[in-house]
Design a protein around this ligand. Structure first.
Ligand SMILES: NC(=O)C1=CN([C@@H]2O[C@H](COP(=O)(O)OP(=O)(O)OC[C@H]3O[C@@H](n4cnc5c(N)ncnc54)[C@H](O)[C@@H]3O)[C@@H](O)[C@H]2O)C=CC1
Ligand SMILES: O=C([O-])CC(=O)C(=O)O
Length: 333
């Protein structure tokens, strides 16, 4: 038996929602932090969802997870975030048919301002925060803006679901196992402007692009279908992706904590100004995780298509950032 480590506190917001219904059970059984890491779950919900959340807690209890030390619930972020080591910010309003993520901006700006302030004031100084709730990149920008005392790289947004979708699609097209694909990149916003980019992808030791040599499939199938996959799932299921989103949240946070074993993974992180992405913008880029930190992959060539796609996401995120500025300067403070 492995030695038992000191307990870690994991906050999850939107804990009575559909993503959390997949996420919490996997965190409690060790999929996030490992099978020798005891956890305390600190769950945040809106007051009207606390009864439903009590039902979820009963189910967690009924699993008798050996690693789950306790579960606390609250409708106050200053309680739910106290001393947390990891925070998964899932709670917000999901997009429904016909809505784009930008439509959700105003409602969510207030939520992520309050939660940013609470993290700033009461979370562990080493906290790692992953924003899942849409519009994820801009919600993360707001969280970061209101948590100025946390380290610059403490807050990331999720683009791992798009990364996983891109890996899966490329593997299927090439008829290879997903595990043989490395160096996939998804740039930009978690929205239809994202840019899934397999120019550097490897299948085993080989270049995917050399193996595939199908630029038409790239432009007409791969990029649009990965970018619109969330919409396709809403249309098919009548609800937005949940189990795959929870899985991606675990993948992104686990790699951040324990490392990506030399693999490139995509994460939305504050831009350092490289690749022509304005500094500070929360933008999907390739990183390698090691020693509890992410390192941006540098020096990739940006060709004409890549420039066009990256610039589209930059424009969209700049517009969202301007809209947030306008909201806060119009009295939301
Ligand atoms: N970044 C990504 O790749 C993905 C993001 N999403 C987004 O994740 C979010 C959650 O999705 P679902 O779980 O399906 O939604 P859901 O509607 O099933 O659950 C959301 C939960 O959040 C709660 N909530 C709302 N405001 C809150 C607040 N201020 N504090 C605490 N809890 C709050 C609600 O009461 C609800 O229980 C949505 O914004 C969705 O669009 C979904 C899939 C992928
Ligand atoms: O599209 C949505 O609203 C849900 C989502 O983010 C995804 O599945 O990628």
């Amino acid at each position: 038996m492995k030695p038992v480590k000191p307990v870690k506190r994991v906050a999850v917001t939107g804990a009575a929602g559909q993503i959390a219904y997949s996420l919490l059970f996997r965190v409690a059984r060790g999929d996030l932090l490992g099978d020798d890491q005891p956890v305390i779950l600190q769950l945040l919900e809106l007051p009207q969802a606390l009864d439903a959340l009590r039902g979820v807690v009963m189910e967690l209890e009924d699993c008798a997870f050996p690693l789950l030390q306790s579960v606390e619930i609250s409708d106050d972020p200053r309680v739910a975030f106290r001393d947390v080591d990891y925070a998964l910010l899932v709670g917000s309003r999901p997009r429904t048919k016909g809505m784009e993520r930008r439509d959700l901006l105003a409602a969510n700006a207030a939520i992520f301002r309050t939660q940013g302030q609470a993290l700033n004031d009461v979370a562990s100084r080493d906290v790692k925060v992953l924003v899942v709730g849409n519009p994820a990149n801009t919600n993360a920008l707001i969280t970061r803006r209101f948590a100025p005392e946390l380290p610059a790289d403490a807050i990331t947004a999720m683009i791992r679901l798009d990364h996983n979708r891109a890996v899966s699609k490329l593997a299927a097209r090439c008829g290879v196992p997903v595990a043989s694909v490395n160096r996939m990149v998804v740039w930009g916003n978690h929205s239809p402007t994202m840019y899934p980019d397999y120019r550097y992808a490897q299948i085993g030791q080989d270049s995917a692009r050399a193996l595939l040599a199908d630029e038409r499939w790239n432009r007409d199938v791969f990029i649009p279908e990965v970018a619109r996959r969330g919409t396709a799932i809403i249309e098919a299921r009548g609800a937005s992706s949940a189990a795959s989103a929870a899985n991606a949240a675990i993948d992104q946070m686990r790699d951040w904590v324990y490392g990506s074993a030399g693999q490139w993974v995509s994460m939305s992180v504050p831009s350092d100004g490289s690749y022509g992405i304005p500094e500070g913008l929360m933008f999907g880029v390739p990183v390698i995780c090691r020693n509890g930190a992410f390192e941006r992959v540098t020096g990739l060539e940006i060709d004409a298509l890549s420039r066009e796609r990256i610039d589209a996401s930059v424009r969209e995120l700049m517009e969202e950032a301007d809209a947030v500025d306008a909201l806060f300067s119009a009295g939301a403070r």
